[in-house]
Design a protein around this ligand. Sequence first.
Ligand code: ATP
Ligand SMILES: Nc1ccn([C@H]2C[C@H](O)[C@@H](COP(=O)(O)O)O2)c(=O)n1
Length: 245
Amino acid sequence: MSGAVGRVTPLTIAIDGPSGSGKSSVSRQVAHRLGLAYLDTGAMYRAATWWCVRQGVDLADSGGVAALVAAMPLEMGLDPLDPTVHVDGTDIAEAIRDSAISTAVSAVATNLAVRAELQARQRAAIEAERTGGFSGGAGVVAEGRDITTVVAPDGDARILLTASEEARLARRARDVHGADDAAAVEATRDQVLRRDRDDSTVSQFQVAADGVVTVDSSDLDFEETIAAVLHVVATVTGSAAGLSR
Ligand SMILES: Nc1ncnc2c1ncn2[C@@H]1O[C@H](COP(=O)(O)OP(=O)(O)OP(=O)(O)O)[C@@H](O)[C@H]1O
Ligand SMILES: Nc1ccn([C@H]2C[C@H](O)[C@@H](COP(=O)(O)O)O2)c(=O)n1
């Protein structure tokens, strides 16, 4: 529980961006510091992919995949300090980060019926946080690729978090390979750039939509990026909400 009970106006903060831009790590910290819940929508697409692989469906079978995802018993835990992902009672938080899932996830995320199903669940989770849920009604930071544009276009703050291709590849290489030398960066290219190419066929996350504020983290360190996002939240919500919560 965030201790946010009794606060007046719930906040929905929507953050989109390409792979490696820092959405997940920055959103978690922003949510924690503001006493909000944290919704990792990418984890939901990863969970759907894990579930389909587990059930043995061919990911190219769009009808089969859509039917499985429609019935997927997914539970998302929205504590920013300990976000959890369970499907059918199994904790899959680690399994969905496997490189096999990272490689396959775009095939599921570009299935339009899957998107409609998960977007509906995401809207429901956001609404639940505006009235109760983990945050006690304080609200949520939801991040992904289509949150500012499709899932929460009326969000109180909408941010596109970007970074140069070079910065994103280096960050992901350090995460996955523990180094950002040329070999590590090359080995990361598919998981960052090819995935972004595939994912951008169904979502718009490379350029900010109308009313969405861009934060470019290429030359910012982690703390500076969090501060920049908090500053945008405080500015666009028209109060000190983003700083005092
Ligand atoms: N401003 C920053 N400066 C340096 N490193 C950063 C910055 N922001 C995030 N990072 C680091 O970059 C890595 C990738 O960040 P993160 O996983 O949050 O990106 P993402 O946009 O959610 O990626 P994906 O969509 O592929 O899951 C993490 O190790 C994170 O700590
Ligand atoms: N709102 C979203 C969130 C994620 N996706 C897709 C794009 C990614 O390939 C995949 C996993 O996301 P990640 O954990 O890397 O942020 O899910 C999407 O299409 N829409």
